[in-house]
Design a protein around this ligand. Structure first.
Ligand code: SAM
Length: 302
């Protein structure tokens, strides 16, 4: 595991402040702690069916959601970057119920954790918003190890990941995330549900991992890259975006016709199945974008 990983063992709590009153928050680490008891229960209920199973919690913080999960799951792996919070969590929870891992979640090896648990993992978390996109990318990349994720994200991000074609929120984030499985918006909370209150509303989403690449006859990394080209510029048509990526105009026109997509369609109106039909048609014609041969980036633009 990465060098940041640190497993804590329990120490006596002494006469210090209870964990939920402990520590001023660190805005840089996205520390807006959930304090709405009903919302905490609703998140744990949304995780659902985790009796006897392993749940990975991203950013347990002061343990508000951890406590609710610990009563339901077989075991919780709580991944917390803040050393002081990680240490205090260890004082509260028995390690066989809640294993606290002091680590950057972006470094956490979900595949190894799933192999050790002998099952696909459930993920939960009130995410640190400053790294929402990298976390979504990380979960997408780890999809084979995952069953579902229940995540609190900024409301606007939830609107985008859950949007369907034809909605103004449908974009590369929606299309890419939904290729790994369906996303539902569950409920929205005001800033007052958190301490300190963030400047934005927050929405809980549930993402069930059921990748669609094989069923649609597309190759994962090439298709995700193709979606990035397709949505590159919102004001341009899909055809213009693909031409800007280096594809021949005649092949693009033929591919759109083949896939039953209007020649002047914009990417945000096109369904995933139609994108897949277009990709297959372009592949069969040998059309490739200039930079499809470039090495995979760690681009966080989805
Ligand atoms: N789960 C708690 C709750 O709902 O009250 C805390 C949620 S708070 C929005 C986000 C948490 O993620 C904080 O505890 C923060 O320290 C932690 N965090 C920030 N960056 C992280 C990272 N890269 N890896 C793991 N945890 C991180």
């Amino acid at each position: 595991m990465a060098s940041l990983l640190r497993l804590h063992s329990r120490a006596p709590a002494g006469a210090r402040l209870p964990l939920d009153e402990f520590m001023p928050s660190k805005p840089k680490l996205g520390q807006n702690f959930l304090r709405d008891a009903q919302a905490i229960e609703r998140i744990a209920a949304a995780v659902g069916g985790c009796e006897g199973r392993t749940v990975v919690e991203i950013g347990p913080g002061r343990g508000a959601i951890t406590r609710a999960l610990a009563g339901r799951a077989g075991r919780v792996l709580a991944i917390e970057l803040d050393r002081a919070l990680a240490a205090r969590l260890c004082e509260e929870f028995a390690p066989e119920r809640v294993t606290v891992v002091e680590q950057d979640v972006l470094e956490f090896d979900f595949a190894a954790a799933a192999a050790a648990a002998g099952e696909r993992l459930t993920v939960a978390g009130n995410l640190p918003y400053y790294i929402t996109s990298p976390i979504l990318l990380k979960l997408a990349a780890s999809h084979a190890a995952l069953d579902r994720a229940v995540l609190m994200v900024q409301r606007e991000v939830a609107d985008r990941v859950a949007a369907g074609p034809g909605s103004r929120d449908f974009g590369v984030l929606s299309a890419s995330v939904q290729m790994y499985g369906p996303v539902e918006k569950l409920f929205t909370l005001p800033p007052s549900a958190f301490s300190p209150p963030p400047e934005v509303h927050s929405t809980v989403i549930r993402w069930r991992f059921a990748p669609r690449f094989a069923e649609m006859g597309v190759k994962e990394s090439e298709f995700i890259q193709f979606l990035r080209h397709a949505f590159a510029q919102k004001r341009k048509t899909l055809a213009n975006n693909l031409r800007a990526a280096g594809m021949a105009a005649t092949l693009v026109a033929a591919g759109l016709a083949d896939a039953g997509i209007e020649p002047r369609a914009r990417a945000e109106t096109v369904a995933l199945e139609s994108f897949a039909a277009l990709w297959r048609s372009l592949q069969s014609e040998g059309a490739t974008a200039k930079n499809e041969v470039a090495p995979e980036t760690t681009d966080t633009s989805i």
